[in-house]
Each structure stands twice: as C-alpha cells, then as structure tokens.
Write a protein that binds this ligand. Structure first.
Ligand code: ADP
Ligand code: MG
Length: 363
C-alpha cells in the first residue's frame, strides 16, 4: 500500500534520515522504536508531507506523492496523524472537531458527518462528551478524541507519534486500549512509541530506528526477544530505572511515594508487586531512620523488562556497615516482612558506600 524508497531528510547540514526503504501493507500495524533524536518523528512527518523529504520516493497505491503536482491535503487526509500533544481545536466542541474536516475537505453533509462522529465517539468511549470542549477533558480523553477525529477522515493509514508520552501514567492504558481496538479492526497503522510491552503485543512488525536508518526490523519476537544487532540489543535490554535521594530524616515521604507510584505506572507493574515495592521501601526506611541524620541515602529502583525482575538498591554513605545485620537491628519484624517479599538480599561495600540490593519475588 505504501512504498518508501531511499527516503532521506536533512535539516541544513544535519542529515536526520539517511536512507530509508520500507513497505507497509494494508492491515499491518508497525511499531517504530529507537532512542530519541534518531528521526522517528521526522520519518512520520515526511510520510505525511509535514516535512518535505530531501530525497527518495514515497508511493501510495502506486501514486508518487512527492510529485510536485500531488494534492497535498488529500495525501494528508489519507495518512492522517495523531500527535503527542493532541492538537485539537480548543475553540471548537468535540463534535465540531470531528465534523470540520469531513465537511470542509470531504464535502460531507453536516448530518452525515455528525452521525459518523457519534459512531466514532462511541468507538473511543466518549459519546457523552460530544458537546464538551477540549479543555473540559482529561489528557487521555483528548487523545481519544484526537484518534476519533483522525478516523473521521477515513484515512488509509494512521500515523501515531508517541500518542501516550504527554499523558499522566494513569491515562496511558485508556489510549492504548483504543489503539488496540483499531488494530483488531484491521486499521493500518504506524506507531512511534516508547511503550515496549504495547509495541510488542499490538504490532505485526517492529522497526528499530537508529543512525538515520531502519537499523533492524522484524517481528516483535525477532526484535524484542532475539535482536541481532548490537545497538538493538542495548536498546531493548536497557534497564529502566529511577533514583530517589534522601539527604535528611525529614525527607518528603509523600513526594517520594508519589514518584515511586509514577515509576510503577510507567513499568505497568502489577498491583501486588507495587504493594511489595512500597512495603520494602517503607520498612527499609524505618531501619535506616537512625542513620539518616549522618548519611546520604539513594534509593534506586530498576525494572529489567528482559528478566522481568524488579530490583531495589539502597546505597548509603558513611562507615562500612550492613543495616540489615541482625546485631544492629533493634527489632527483626521489619526484616522478616522484607524477606517475605524478596527473592534475594545482598550487601556489598562498594566505592566507599554501603549497598543493599533487594530483588523482589515475582508474583
Ligand atoms: P525522534 O522523534 O526520533 O526523537 P526527531 O525526528 O524529532 O527524532 O529529530 C531528529 C533530529 O532532527 C533531531 O536532532 C532534531 O533536533 C532534528 N530536527 C527535527 N526537526 C527539525 C527541524 N524542523 N529543524 C531542524 N532540526 C530538526
Ligand atoms: Mg519524536
């Protein structure tokens, strides 16, 4: 359906896309992953002619869209895009956001456009918001409206540019569910995303972009489980982590818990694991409490998607000592609780710091 050959794009001296050749067939769902700054957005914007490619060709159903005579608005309507930042018209109601394009660009009657809009709003679960304005909606709802608006133009393919990365973690899943639903219905889609689990289960094919090219491509299994090239491996197996610094006994417990919750949301951790993680942090901080006036403490949480394991590291300054040493503990209840939810607990003296590493039990 779409054939892209030797596509390149430079901004001045900056060569962002070097040589991209790829074909997208009708009904395919393609995920595009890769480090930031590697040209993923530029690639989508070139396909959609929001950026003019510097070289190469793009054909849709055999028609060269880079031909100067090509009808650009028509091309954009066929390859409609959903942006990170929603891009809804804030002065228009949800209904008007959905009907404007079909009436103006597709020549639909107001009635037809309206009834189609209602169907699409039902599809994305927002039928009751037809008369609301974008400012009255949550981020997740705005993005679902943006997807419905995109569908209203009857696109052949939808290009998603990190559709969930501007959202609060609590709203990510409602948007991903809508995209999953479109995938099931056979919509052709190209999705730039950092949601690896989602990319893995929604797509037929994954493109890993790096160095201005499609560095490696394959099925989700090939890319996520058996990547062949070094950079792909590093990217896929990277450990996602988060560190919280505690510099005094008066640290802000609520802020810390909120950050941990956010981390859990991003990693899509199960409720049980989340609960166990918070339990470990709470009990460990009780144990550390007598030392916090003299020591700096870093709490590092790391989730390895590959190993599906969650690791919590407590690293503190001060003289060598293991806080979990039974001779130091005033009461062993905390330790017993921690042991009940961990697979392993290790103490190391490293770089003049005390490091306790706990690995959570898999549920
Ligand atoms: P990604 O989406 O993979 O994070 P982008 O496509 O946004 O990457 O950007 C790739 C590179 O192109 C970056 O170095 C970015 O600064 C540069 N770039 C993107 N758009 C423009 C532009 N309009 N003008 C100049 N440089 C740009
Ligand atoms: Mg981008």
């Amino acid at each position: 359906m779409i054939k892209i050959d030797h596509l390149s794009k430079s901004f001045g001296n900056l060569e962002v896309l070097k040589d991209i050749t790829v074909e997208i067939k009708a009904g395919e769902v393609i995920s595009i992953i890769g480090p930031s700054g590697t040209g993923k957005s530029t690639f989508l914007r070139c396909i959609n002619l929001l950026d003019r490619p510097s070289g190469g060709s793009i054909r849709i159903d055999g028609v060269d869209i880079l031909d100067p005579k090509a009808d650009v608005p028509k091309v954009r309507q066929k390859m409609n895009m959903v942006f990170q930042s929603f891009n809804l018209f804030s002065h228009l109601s949800v209904m008007d956001n959905l009907t404007l394009g079909p009436i103006k660009l597709l020549g639909m009657s107001k009635e037809d456009a309206g009834s189609k809009a209602v169907d699409l709003l039902k599809l994305v679960g927002l039928a009751e918001k037809a008369e609301s304005y974008p400012d009255e909606l949550s981020g997740g709802q705005k993005q679902r409206v943006a997807i419905a608006r995109c569908m209203a133009m009857d696109p052949k393919i939808i290009l998603f540019d990190e559709p969930t990365s501007a959202l609060d973690p609590t709203m990510v899943s409602e948007v991903l569910s809508v995209i999953r639903r479109l995938a099931k219905a056979g919509m052709t889609m190209a999705i730039v995303t950092h949601e690896m689990d989602f990319a893995r289960d929604v797509s037929n094919r994954v493109l890993y972009m790096d160095d201005g090219i499609i560095y490696e491509e394959g099925t989700p299994e090939q890319i996520f489980v058996h990547p062949q090239k070094e950079k792909t491996k590093t990217f896929i197996n990277r450990v996602r982590s988060f560190t919280y610094h505690i510099a005094s006994p008066d640290y802000d417990l609520y802020a810390m818990n909120a950050e941990i919750e956010t981390f859990c949301d991003k990693q899509i951790l199960a409720v049980k694991q989340r609960y166990n993680l918070l339990l470990i942090v709470e009990e460990m901080l009780q144990i550390y409490n007598p030392f916090l006036s003299k020591a700096l403490l870093d709490i590092n949480l790391a989730y390895s998607e590959k190993k599906e394991s969650l690791e919590v590291v407590f690293e503190s300054t001060g003289e060598a000592m293991n806080v979990l040493d039974k001779n130091l503990l005033s009461d062993e209840l905390g330790l017993t609780l921690i042991q009940s939810v961990t697979e392993s607990i290790d103490y190391q003296r490293l770089n003049n710091k005390n490091r306790v590493t706990l690995i959570l039990k898999k549920q």
